[in-house]
Ligand binder design. Structure first.
Ligand SMILES: Cc1ncc(COP(=O)(O)O)c(C=O)c1O
Length: 396
């Protein structure tokens, strides 16, 4: 059996286009032991070869710091996000939270997009504030205007683009530049794009967060997250915070995420194609007032999306015609192929009612009717359209 590789060892760069690189990353023989896939190395204890190795800097000495399976996953994830370093987290939410824990300071200040994922906001409101960190929420369409909100004690700028319910697209390069000029760590929740269609690090962000729970794993059966960076110092701080927290990812989970990641580029292309077919059909439906999808030409975020993204995922929202909540529920309950569930990125289509979850304080979205989020899965879009058509009839 080949010796397990230490976490400080160099990764083998993969070659070719994204789908090729994702197929080949993390397959060094030291990680696979001759199989196609890495070993699932379940280890708390790591046996080192000599006393000197016990304290070797960068040595691989304890299971909490990762095993061969985690190394293999990280190599593939770095290929997807275009990052040199990546730290894993046991959920996407933890991957959103850890950058705050790593960089926010007691008595200091952070900036958070008004449209961020609800539980990210909940962490900021419930925990960060209690620990003496002041929070300013900002309009997700603020662009370079973010510079005016940056203070001498601001340490973190947290952006989610597009917002995962209301789909505003951030002016990422302008915001990253403002943060960099002020020495603020910029973080982008990049989950919508699956890491395939949007590269926040290349646009100047310090950290790109990916909830691998969604598109990257793709099977709706695993919770996982990653924080990516191209900066050594930022990575050290993230990695040390993960170590401080004792936060770890089970090797079986790492294996399952990697298995999903291999087909990510292919799946993203299908999600994109199918979602656009469904979204364009919905635009012409009399019960739909607005489709919130940045790849549609008349969407307010379209110009920024076109400039900064290379594609779109399967997640978008619709504002349906004004109707009492019971009627909105009747529409959702009538869906047969779209299941009702709080997630996306899996092979199965999902729908949720967003209004009860919109916790905005500084930039209320101007919506003409109840907001429904759809995650278009890998089913045939013609079947999904037929399902929506019969269910929308319940809206009257
Ligand atoms: C944009 C976004 N970020 C982060 C998360 C959190 O991921 P997880 O459910 O793995 O904690 C989610 C989950 O829905 C999400 O939509």
């Amino acid at each position: 059996m080949a010796p397990a590789r230490g976490k400080g060892s160099k990764r083998t760069p993969a070659k070719g286009n994204l789908s090729t690189r994702v197929s080949h990353a993390g397959r060094d023989r030291s990680l696979t032991h001759g199989g196609v896939n890495p070993v699932v190395q379940r280890a708390s204890t790591v046996i080192v070869e000599s006393a000197a190795k016990l304290f070797e800097p960068g040595g691989w000495t304890y299971g909490r710091h990762g095993t061969a399976t985690h190394e293999a996953l990280k190599e593939a994830l770095c290929e997807i996000e275009g990052s040199s370093h990546c730290a894993l987290a046991p959920s996407g939410l933890m991957a959103c939270i850890i950058p705050f824990l790593a960089f926010a300071k007691h008595g200091g200040h952070v900036l958070v997009g008004d449209n961020v994922y609800g539980p990210t906001r909940r962490f900021v409101d419930r925990m960060l504030k209690r620990w003496g960190v002041e929070v300013t929420y900002f309009d997700p369409e603020i662009s370079a205007g973010i510079a005016e909100l940056i203070r001498a004690d601001t340490s973190v700028l947290f952006v989610e683009s597009p917002g995962s319910m209301t789909f505003e697209v951030a002016d990422a390069p302008a915001m990253a530049a403002a943060a960099r000029a002020a020495g603020v760590i910029s973080v982008m929740d990049n989950t919508w794009s699956g890491g395939v269609f949007h590269k926040p690090l290349a646009l100047g962000f310090d950290i790109s967060v990916q909830a691998n729970t969604k598109y990257v794993s793709g099977g709706a059966d695993i919770l996982n997250g990653a924080m990516h960076t191209n900066t050594e110092d930022v990575f050290t701080q993230l990695k040390d915070t993960v170590a401080d927290l004792g936060s770890n990812v089970a090797p079986d989970d790492a294996y399952a995420v990697l298995r999903g990641a291999r087909s990510l580029p292919l799946r993203m292309n299908q999600h994109e194609k199918a979602a656009l077919i469904v979204a364009r059909w919905l635009k012409n439906h009399p019960s739909v007032q607005r489709v919130l999808h940045p790849a549609l030409e008349d969407d307010p975020g379209h110009a920024l999306w076109k400039r900064d993204f290379t594609g779109s995922s399967g997640l978008f929202s619709i504002a349906v015609k004004k109707a009492p909540t019971e009627q909105v529920h009747a529409f959702l309950d009538a869906l047969e192929l779209f299941s009702l569930g709080f997630s996306y990125g899996g092979f199965e289509s999902l729908a949720i009612h967003c209004d009860p979850q919109l916790k905005r304080t500084v930039s209320k979205p101007d919506l003409p009717g109840p907001l429904i989020r759809l995650s278009v899965g890998l089913e045939d879009p013609a079947d999904l359209i037929a399902d929506l058509e019969q269910a929308l009839a319940k809206l009257g």
